[in-house]
Ligand binder design. Structure first.
Ligand code: DC
Length: 219
């Protein structure tokens, strides 16, 4: 049994997926982390996101896999654990920019599908319900208004003591939404059979409960 959760940046997908994975004993697969690892490789190689031939060539050389340490997903890029390096905004934006290329997507989708064959997974991303796991038993499209998502990200950064600007964060989120929703290959969209949850007015427990109830009905 697989659960697919798609939605835009900052909608709370990973928090919900992690909590539910624990509750249900499923493996949580964060596919964004794989695109981020690929993006990190291109950044380290000094490759511009516009240089498609260089991206195609480098995508072949980026060996990406995941493993689990104390229940936490670790992303391995060419034998190095890069979990600590992929959370920066710069890497997230590069991930969004390079995820338009079929050479990048084909490789990562194959890895994601392989993982879903080995266990019950709850997988989050942008194209899980539409492309990676079209037969997933549970599909959720989790969203929230750009303003809510920006405020959540702002609070998160403030808590970490990182100086930031709410307006700049919202602009960044809107640009990322546009890119992720308008690319040619597997754009972010709600699968026809996905349940829409808008978390703008809901807390984490309420969203977890909503997804849990959908899962329960499918048993
Ligand atoms: O979920 P995230 O912010 O870690 O994802 C970073 C970027 O990776 C996102 O803006 C678009 C891309 N991505 C994708 O194209 N498909 C996925 N399944 C997951 C992420």
């Amino acid at each position: 049994m697989n659960i697919a959760i798609d939605g835009p940046a900052g909608a709370g997908k990973s928090t919900i997926a992690k909590t539910l994975a624990k509750k249900l004993g499923y493996i949580y697969v964060d596919t964004g982390a794989m695109y981020r690892a690929m993006a990190l490789y291109f950044l380290e190689q000094g490759i511009s996101p516009e240089n498609e031939p260089a991206i195609m060539d480098a995508a072949d050389r980026a060996d990406i896999s995941i493993c689990y340490h104390k229940g936490q997903q670790q992303v391995i890029l060419n034998k190095e654990d890069v979990n600590g390096k992929i959370r920066k905004e710069e890497v997230g934006n590069m991930a969004s920019a390079i995820s338009i290329y079929p050479a990048v997507r084909t490789k990562l989708v194959a890895l994601q599908q392989k993982l879903a064959k080995t266990a019950d997974v709850i997988m989050d991303g942008r194209d899980i319900g539409t492309c990676v796991l079209p037969d997933a038993e549970v599909k959720v499209y989790l969203t929230a208004s750009p303003c809510t998502r920006a405020k959540r990200r702002f609070d998160e950064l403030q808590e970490k003591g990182v100086e930031c600007d709410l307006e700049a964060i919202q602009k960044d989120i809107e640009e990322r939404d546009y890119r992720d929703m308008h690319r040619k290959t597997s754009p972010l969209r709600q699968a026809e059979d996905a349940v829409l949850i808008d978390s703008s007015e809901l807390n984490i427990d309420e969203v977890v409960e909503a997804v849990y109830n959908i899962w329960k009905k499918r048993q």
